[in-house]
Structure formats: structure tokens, C-alpha cells
Design a protein around this ligand. Sequence first.
Ligand code: AMP
Ligand code: MG
Length: 355
Amino acid sequence: METLALKVDPKRPELDKIRIAAGVLRNGGLVAFPTETVYGLGANALDEKAVLRIFEAKNRPADNPIIVHVVNRDDVYVLAEHVPEVAERLIDKFWPGPLTLLFLKSEAVPNAVTAGLGTVAIRMPSHAVARALIAEAGVPVAAPSANLAGRPSPTSAEHVLDDLSGRIEVLIDGGEIGYGVESTVLDLTTEPPTVLRPGPVTIEELKEVIGGVEVHPAARAEVPVEVAIARSPGMKYRHYAPVAEVVVVEGPLEGVIAKIQELVDARRERGERVGVMATEETALRYRADIVKVVGSRRDPRTVAKNLFRVLREFDAEGVDFAAAEGLEPVGIGLAVMNRLRKAAGHNIVRVEQAN
Ligand code: AMP
Ligand code: MG
């Protein structure tokens, strides 16, 4: 199969191109498309055979469920068995946008979408291309991130092609992505609701709207989640992982810089090719084979936006070992640290002070 790449204006996507892609979706095909979080890989959520093709194209484990994307609020009542009152408030405030809500599923949702679970995850994206595609297709669209399972999520059309070229019918190239990390996942089937995956909608923002919110230990990702408590199957898989060995160093900044340099020196002595994921404020402090600026410590949103690209670049440049600076795990910084700690396979070094 040859993947058809359609380049569109990300703000005002050309309807003729969107119609081609929507037709492919309606006929059971796979379409990768930009959203405000990362690129997604879509199939008609009501067509079980089409959904199963997503698992095949991504090599996704069959027990990892997929988020359903909608543009009509009414679809929630079709896909969910029960919509609690807190959902209405959250939807009013955060949709369209990067918040995924977990409900008890209705009969309308094929088992392949939810990997046999009794819950369905639903979100309404805000990206003009995603919205146009779903609206034209006229069906809810099941879409995980458009990468091979285990790889960093794609934040550009090139990343999608690197992983999925020849495995999917269409890629809609809508250029750069906004947030760069996947949506916040909030389970509304628990009391209080539980954040299963941190994302661009922060815990602080959720609390302002619904008061009590629990944070699942997997959302912090400080240690691997035991299979027995993995409420969201995706929690238990190795994720976002580059080929290189990654370590995250966390703690007071001067201590972090000193520790990273020490780790880098030791690895280089062994003849390894070593990278540092640094920030604007610190990049000049390191001596390594490759030093990359992921963003500014003063604005963690910039780090979120570049994180997956930098992880992919380390691989492309043949890095054996990469050391990354930790950020404060608050606001969108928690989403960044969740992805980074997972990319590192929970290989975390904590420092107390500079010595
Ligand atoms: P992605 O594959 O990048 O789209 O991530 C989707 C995330 O949402 C994964 O971590 C899934 O495990 C999680 N998810 C999707 N549907 C459900 C569901 N019904 N119950 C629990 N987690 C879900
Ligand atoms: Mg993913």
C-alpha cells in the first residue's frame, strides 16, 4: 500500500482534500491527521474491522484501548451508557480541547475500541483539521497516536511517515502541532474522578471546575505500574521510548547539572555517544557529543511541545545514552515528567544539592 499524503492549511483545511480522507475513513481505511495534542491515527469507531486495522498498523497490543474522537456533544450520549453531572461541567469548560473523559460504555461501541473494557474514552478535539475530518466522515473516529507502539508520539507529518508509511491509506499533513503531549485522561467512573494520564489540561484546572480529583500513581510515573493496578492498560507498557538508554535527573538545578555532567563523562569514557536534553537556561553548561535545547525552564509548555521531537532526534543521530533534566512536576510539567520518566523506563536519578 502507498500512503497518500495530503498537505492542508492547518487553520482552513481545503474541503476537497478533507473529503478524500473522510471517504477513506467511511470505507474502513486508516487516516493519520493532526490534532492540537499529537498526530492521531483514525478509523471509523463504529466499524470493528477498521478499528482492528489500527492495532495491526501500529503493532499495538490488543488490550490497549483507543480514544474515540467526536465533534458533536450528542455523540457522548450515544457512546456512553451514563453521563454524570460532572461531565457536563467539564465538557462546558474544556471541550473542544485536550481532555479525554472515561465513561461506562454503551452497546454502540465495538469491543475492539475499548479492548473489551466496560469503559469508553471520549474527547472532542479543537484542531480545525481534526474537526473537519470527523465532521465530513460523519462518524465518531477512534484514534490513538499515529506512531508505532512504544515509540515517541508523532508531532509532525514526517514522524508519522517515519513510522507508518506504507501501513496506512492517508496522512493529512497539517504541519506543526500545538501542545506536543497527549490529552489528559480523566476517569469519571470513580468518585472522585481520577486522572489516569496527565496532559495539557492540568490537575489544578480540573480541581477548579469539579473540586476533588484523584491522581493515579501511574500519572506521576515515578515507578513502573504493577499490572494489577493498571486501570488504563496503556499504563503498563513501555512508552515513548527511544532506542537510546535514557536517564532523567531530578532535583535542585545546580545539583542536576553537576550530576548530568558526571554521568555524561563516565559514559563518554566508555566510548559511548552521549546526548544531553538541556534547556535554554542550561545548555551552555554541558560538554557532551550532542546537547539539545528542548525548551525554556521558565515556560514548560515549550518543553512539552519539543519533547517527542528531541527524543526522536537522539535516535536519528545514533545516541547510545541520553541524560535529561527534570522539571517541576506541576501544571503541564507533570505531563512532561510522566512522558520523560516513561521514556527513561523509570530510570530516574534524584539529587539533593549541588556538591
Ligand atoms: P494513545 O494510544 O496515545 O491514544 O493513548 C490512549 C490512552 O488512553 C492509553 O493510555 C489508553 O490505555 C487510554 N484509554 C483509552 N480508552 C480507555 C478506556 N476505555 N479505559 C481506560 N483507558 C483508556
Ligand atoms: Mg500513544
